[in-house]
Design a protein around this ligand. Structure first.
Ligand SMILES: NC(=O)c1ccc[n+]([C@@H]2O[C@H](COP(=O)([O-])OP(=O)(O)OC[C@H]3O[C@@H](n4cnc5c(N)ncnc54)[C@H](O)[C@@H]3O)[C@@H](O)[C@H]2O)c1
Length: 233
């Protein structure tokens, strides 16, 4: 997800530093942004970008394993693996070295904003910015505010997402209610589909066919799970 998010923001005119743990991962990310299936060269071929815009976007991207070279920025978007302990350690460390006014945004798929914000001394600058894969294509910008996220932080991230061509929708996450609406509704559907199959009412293929035919969805719940799990390859 990280390189796709970086690509979108670079096309939108921002200088972006991509930081990962190894040069191999960064090489793959650079290649993906350039000539990958959803990269800028493909966007030129599809008439979505001019060649100059693609070149300009690439010059705005830097790739590094050096954390210190990546923290002196206005906004940090985290897209490390979905593991709460990992994310808490990540944000705790970042909070110590990033400038005090840097906004922290997590691309988590479901961890409470308050839990990650509590690892920092900047809960008012902590927010969820949930993207969908592939980031250059999908319009999703689910902006998840925690109990202490400030209006100014929300406004900044909404403005960035809209300017990048996404459809920002701000939702509230708190101690009682899970604020990741897209995934809440999606998993409710998957749970019910699993129940229908477990009861012997219909098999998976039948559920998928019925949902496509009834609601004109491009895919039923099981097709969705397979597609999302494989990055829609
Ligand atoms: N894949 C999706 O469809 C999707 C959709 C929405 C949200 N997300 C969320 O995005 C996040 C990333 O998902 P992904 O599928 O891109 O995972 P991924 O495993 O493909 O990529 C995670 C990257 O983080 C790097 N990393 C690990 N620890 C790091 C650290 N401390 N500092 C910097 N980099 C580190 C890894 O080397 C890896 O390249 C997860 O929270 C996931 O839930 C994923």
């Amino acid at each position: 997800m990280g390189s796709g998010i970086a690509q979108v923001l670079a096309i939108s005119g921002h200088e972006v530093i991509c930081r990962d743990l190894s040069e191999e991962v960064l090489d793959a990310a650079r290649e993906g942004v350039d000539t990958g299936r959803f990269g800028v060269r493909g966007a030129v071929e599809r008439g979505k970008l001019t060649s100059d815009e693609a070149d300009a976007a690439l010059t705005r991207l830097t790739f590094t394993t050096d954390l210190d070279a990546a923290v002196d920025v206005d906004l940090i978007i985290e897209a490390i693996p979905e593991n709460l302990g990992l994310k808490i350690r990540f944000w705790r460390d970042l909070d110590e070295i990033a400038p005090a006014d840097t906004i922290f945004a997590s691309n988590s798929s479901g961890f409470p904003i308050a839990a990650m914000a509590a690892a920092t001394n900047r809960a008012e600058k902590f927010i969820g910015w949930h993207w969908a894969s592939p980031a250059p294509v999908m319009k999703l910008a689910e902006i998840i505010r925690g109990p202490e996220t400030s209006d100014a932080t929300v406004d900044t991230v909404v403005r960035l997402a809209a300017a990048a061509g996404k459809n920002p929708v701000v939702v509230q996450d708190n101690d009682q209610n899970w604020g990741y609406v897209a995934n809440r509704v999606y998993f409710a559907m998957v749970r019910e589909a699993n129940r229908v199959v477990a009861e012997g009412v219909a098999d998976r293929a039948q559920v998928d066919q019925l949902m496509r035919d009834c609601f004109r969805w491009p895919s039923g719940p099981y097709g969705m799970v397979a597609g999302a799990g494989s990055g829609w390859s």
